[in-house]
Every structure is written in structure tokens, then in C-alpha cells.
Design a protein around this ligand. Structure first.
Ligand SMILES: NC(=O)c1ccc[n+]([C@@H]2O[C@H](COP(=O)([O-])OP(=O)(O)OC[C@H]3O[C@@H](n4cnc5c(N)ncnc54)[C@H](OP(=O)(O)O)[C@@H]3O)[C@@H](O)[C@H]2O)c1
Length: 249
């Protein structure tokens, strides 16, 4: 369970433990992970392990893989971050760190564990994308592109691994209450709304278990309608309209 120290990831960890899973919590903030591990362990009686790793650094991803000695039944690639603002003004280290975290780490973990799951003949990989991945988004240009990558990669991998007994399930949340906006630098006017993380996680795990959503789940009827409309609208109209809405004031 990557990105388990906050928001959507902490909620996946809680709910997976309540559904009977032992959980390995992964993020950078060790104190948060330890507190959550105690909370979940006390509530559910499941075994909860905390591993500290910076997944924006390829060495952090390798170190995590080295510490996972028993192949898990499920991998949740949830860790991710956004960055709001003019793309050309963002510090390059922020941009590249986001690309590495949102795409490279997710890819390496999916492929390394996916290969072993395929050899075993069972497993599930749940990758967290975003509704923002369904369209180019000015002022979230790099973040939206990383999530388009997650969608494309995960849906293709799902078809490759399906015959080998491994399910790859992609979850696209819409706006969700978490620390995401504060980390991304989203202005107060856009922040503070969105679905509760607990509700998103429950719906997406139900969809994953029941397999009613094929390989890719978009959370919420309005978000599903929004992705259809955005895919039917000419890209230049969509991007210029969105730029007007999101341009920093
Ligand atoms: N909230 C939304 O509106 C929304 C909408 C669509 C999709 N999503 C996606 O949902 C996922 C979870 O986001 P969230 O909303 O729960 O955000 P969040 O509250 O900011 O949580 C992000 C998690 O990722 C971890 N993380 C960040 N950088 C990391 C790094 N370098 N190495 C390891 N872990 C790192 C954070 O832990 P540490 O800081 O302790 O490392 C934290 O646990 C992300 O992939 C995000 O893109 C969110």
C-alpha cells in the first residue's frame, strides 16, 4: 500500500485491513505510518508493517522491493502528488520528482511484482489514476500527463496479465478530500471540496471485488459523465476553456 500516510492511501489501508488483509504501509513520513499501523492493528487485529521509502527516488523503490520478502496478494500503487501552476515556472526538481513518483515508481512496482504474481498465477494490482488523466489540463499539465500515462499503462497491462491470473484494476478518483491540494499548491478557491476519501475507497474496492467495472473504475456518476464529455470535445476547445478556468489570478 504506497502513499499510506495520508488521504486516500491511509483509507485504503484501513479498509483493506477491515476486509481481512495484512497490510504493508509505505510512504516517507515514518511517524505517520507508525501511528496508523498501531491504529489499524488495534482495530482489526491484522498484521500491519510500516516501511519508509521515498518513491520519487529510484533507490527508494529498489530498497522497498528488497524489503518485500513475501510476494503480496495485492499491490496498491496509490502514492502520487500534483503541482498546480504554470508548467514553465515549476522548479525542475519538483516536476521530475512528480514524474518519477507518479509514473516510474508505479511502473517498476507493477512490473516487478506483476512478473512474480504472473509466475504464481494470482494477484491483484490496483493503480490509482485520476479523472484528470482523461484530458490535458493546463496548469496541471505535467500531473495530468502522468495520470494519462497511468491509465494507458495500467489498462494495457491488465489485458496482458489477465490470462495469467493477475488482475490489474485502475481507479480514477475525481476531487477527493485529502492533503493533495495543499501539497499541489491548489488555491483556496478550488480546495476543500470533493468526495470523502473513505467513500471513494469503499466504492472502488467493491467495484474491484465484484469485477463490475472491467479493468478501470471512474468514481461517481458526474465524473463518469465528465470524462465522456471531455473525450467528445475537440482538445483545443477543452484546453483553452480549462485554461480560462484554472489560470492563476
Ligand atoms: N485527492 C484528489 O482529489 C485526487 C484525485 C484524483 C487522484 N488522486 C490520486 O490519489 C492518490 C493519493 O493522493 P491523496 O489525494 O491521498 O493525496 P495525499 O493526501 O497528499 O497523499 C499522498 C500520499 O503519497 C505519499 N507520497 C508523496 N510523495 C511520496 C514519495 N516521494 N515517496 C513515497 N510516498 C510519497 C504521501 O506520503 P509522505 O508524504 O509521507 O511520503 C501520502 O501518503 C495520488 O496518486 C493522487 O494523484 C487524488
Amino acid at each position: 500500500m504506497t502513499g499510506a500516510s495520508a488521504g486516500i492511501g491511509a483509507e485504503y489501508a484501513r479498509q483493506l485491513a477491515r476486509r481481512g488483509c495484512d497490510v504493508i504501509l509505505v510512504a516517507r513520513r515514518a511517524d505517520r505510518l507508525e501511528t496508523l499501523a498501531r491504529e489499524i492493528g488495534t482495530e482489526t487485529g491484522r498484521k500491519v508493517t510500516a516501511i519508509t521509502a521515498d518513491l520519487a527516488d529510484p533507490r527508494g523503490v529498489r530498497s522497498l522491493l528488497d524489503q518485500i520478502t513475501t510476494l503480496p496478494d495485492m499491490l496498491v500503487n496509490n502514492a502520487g502528488r500534483g503541482a498546480y501552476g504554470p508548467a514553465v515556472e515549476a522548479p525542475m526538481e519538483t516536476v521530475l520528482g512528480m514524474v518519477r513518483l507518479n509514473t516510474e515508481a508505479l511502473t517498476v512496482l507493477s512490473l516487478e511484482l506483476g512478473r512474480k504474481m504472473a509466475a504464481r498465477g494470482s494477484g491483484c494490482i490496483l493503480n490509482v489514476a485520476s479523472t484528470i488523466g482523461y484530458q490535458p489540463v493546463p496548469y496541471f499539465a505535467v500531473y495530468a500527463a502522468t495520470k494519462a500515462y497511468v491509465l494507458s499503462f495500467s489498462e494495457a497491462l491488465a489485458a496482458e496479465l489477465y490470462p495469467k491470473g493477475v488482475r490489474v484494476f485502475t481507479v480514477s478518483p475525481g476531487a477527493t478530500q485529502s492533503e493533495f491540494g495543499a501539497v499541489a499548491g491548489v488555491p483556496a478557491a478550488f480546495a476543500g471540496f470533493g468526495a470523502p476519501a473513505a467513500a471513494l475507497v469503499r466504492r472502488s474496492l467493491d467495484a474491484c471485488e465484484r469485477q463490475v467495472w472491467g479493468d478501470s473504475y471512474i468514481d461517481g456518476a458526474l465524473n463518469r459523465a465528465g470524462t465522456v464529455i471531455s473525450q467528445l470535445t475537440p482538445s483545443f476547445l477543452l484546453t483553452h476553456f480549462t485554461a480560462g478556468l484554472l489560470r492563476p489570478r
